[in-house]
Design a protein around this ligand. Structure first.
Ligand code: ZN
Length: 469
């Protein structure tokens, strides 16, 4: 997987799933609704005399994230002002953490390799700029929405330990999942954005800004590595600079020569006192950590004896994983794992729903799988019921009755088989002249006639018996 001579480090900003903003009581995550600039107050607009008050929920999530990433926790929380002048920050500074981040020196395990976590720190998001009629360079005018100003972010910085774009993507997926398990991040409503530092063959480091999500990262990095390689092959230099990723064009573009952190004036935020983090607080945060994705996978393998690929699919959605476990007792781990990681997950993906967002209930699924296990319905019928439970939810028994999905009895199948043989003389001739595939066609016809209620194995046996007599 590794790409010769490539070094990548990531700085990732994750929007946190809290009720209110970082330093005021304005609601968080209201982008788009309500109207722009109505979810604001004197604190998040930075009016003179206003005093920020830290949101405890943000501190708790930051602490838990730091612990989940095996970091050392700093003994206090100190905020700094990062001074810059730009319309997205009306007070002309951003409150962030600089010298002493809440957590540092962690690791994330990635398919046998270790990615170093340099630091995890809390900061506020600036306002959102809406470049109307084009990009930053070509827009007719730009609107500012301060609803996002002051909302909480966690910045997670890695060491330059990635050697290929795929690794960066896998890491981001893992990070997002860990934070989802902590309840700190909701992939459906919130965003995760990364800046990446990339160099090849010991050359200059180029920073790529604003790569959104967990999938775009791979494409952006692949493109940038190719661009740098091409430059070196043509005898050109790769200057140290900051580039912007344009996902629509699939290219990175030069923004500015790289500024250093010293170019920003950092001062300790005088309006916020230092918050001590006691050893007890760290221990109780550690004790309150939920079971994390890696632990859940290991436990599924050990306790339920299922295949690793199925476990991987199940842990992508914590609620799906819980529902899986609830049905293990009723129908056994193998059947539950293959249905939850297969047809159930496929149906949810098709409708772009998480398990929680869907109307599915584990009791319904247990009913369907138990009927399948008892031979009352076929695989095909079970899939139909599951689709129906998502699309038009009601009791599974009602669906089975309405749609006549109960498995056809022996006499019924016999009748279907006789009808199908009578209606398809060509296929029967083909079979009699040695074309074994003709039987597959006839089984298909029986299945169609029975609307999936026939057992295909039984139908095949009856057909062959009938045709050979
Ligand atoms: Zn506010």
């Amino acid at each position: 997987m590794s790409d010769e001579g490539v070094k990548i480090g990531l700085e990732t900003h994750v929007q946190l799933d809290t009720e209110t903003k970082l330093f005021c009581d304005c609601p968080n995550n209201t982008e788009g609704t309500p109207a722009p600039n109505t979810s604001t107050c004197e604190i998040c607009l930075g009016m003179p005399g206003s005093k920020p008050v830290p949101n405890q929920a943000v501190i708790d999530y930051a602490l838990q994230t730091g612990l989940a990433l095996d970091c050392a926790i700093h003994d206090s929380i100190v905020f700094s002002r990062k001074t810059y002048f730009y319309p997205d920050m009306s007070k002309n500074f951003q409150i962030t953490q600089y010298e002493d981040p809440i957590a540092r020196n962690g690791t994330v395990e990635l398919d046998g390799m270790e990615i170093g976590i340099r630091r995890v720190h809390i900061e506020e998001d600036p306002a959102k700029l809406d470049h109307v009629g084009g990009s930053m360079d070509s827009a007719n005018y730009t609107l500012v929405d301060y609803n996002r100003a002051g909302t909480p972010l966690l910045e997670i910085v890695t060491d330059p330990d990635f050697t290929a774009p795929e690794e960066a993507r896998t890491y981001l997926q893992k990070l997002a999942r860990i934070m989802q398990y902590l309840g700190a991040y909701d992939p459906e409503r919130l965003t995760i954005k990364s800046d990446a530092n990339v160099s090849v063959n010991g050359g200059n480091r180029v920073e790529i800004k604003n790569i959104t999500g967990t999938r775009e990262i791979e494409e952006a990095l692949k493109h940038e590595i190719q661009r740098q390689r091409r430059a070196y092959r043509n005898g050109k230099d790769v200057p140290q600079e900051t580039r912007n990723w344009d996902p629509d064009a699939g290219v990175t573009r030069s923004m500015r020569s790289k500024e250093s952190e010293e170019d920003y004036g950092y001062i300790v935020e005088p309006d916020l006192i230092m918050i001590p983090v006691s050893e007890d607080a760290v221990q109780s945060a550690d004790a309150s950590l939920p079971e994390l994705p890696d632990e859940k996978r290991s436990r599924f393998l050990e306790e339920h004896g299922i295949e690793k690929e199925l476990a991987d699919a199940l842990i992508t959605d914590p609620a799906l994983a819980d529902a899986f476990e609830e049905s293990v007792e009723a129908v056994g781990a193998d059947m539950a794992a293959s249905w939850f990681s297969g047809p159930i997950k496929k149906t949810l993906n098709y409708h772009e729903l998480t398990y929680t967002e869907s109307p599915l209930r584990s009791a319904w699924i247990v009913t369907v799988l138990a009927k399948l296990d008892d031979g009352e319905i076929s695989d095909q019928a079970a899939e139909t019921v599951i689709r129906e439970l998502v699309e038009n939810p009601r009791e599974p028994e009602a669906i089975i009755k309405e749609q006549g999905l109960e498995k056809a009895g022996g006499d019924e199948i016999q009748q279907f088989v006789e009808d199908v043989i009578e209606e398809n003389p060509d296929a029967v001739d083909d079979y009699n002249s040695g074309d074994e595939n003709a039987v597959n066609f006839l089984v298909g016809q029986v299945m169609q006639k029975s609307q999936g209620s026939a057992d295909p194995k039984e139908a095949r046996e009856l057909l062959i018996e009938q045709l050979s007599s």
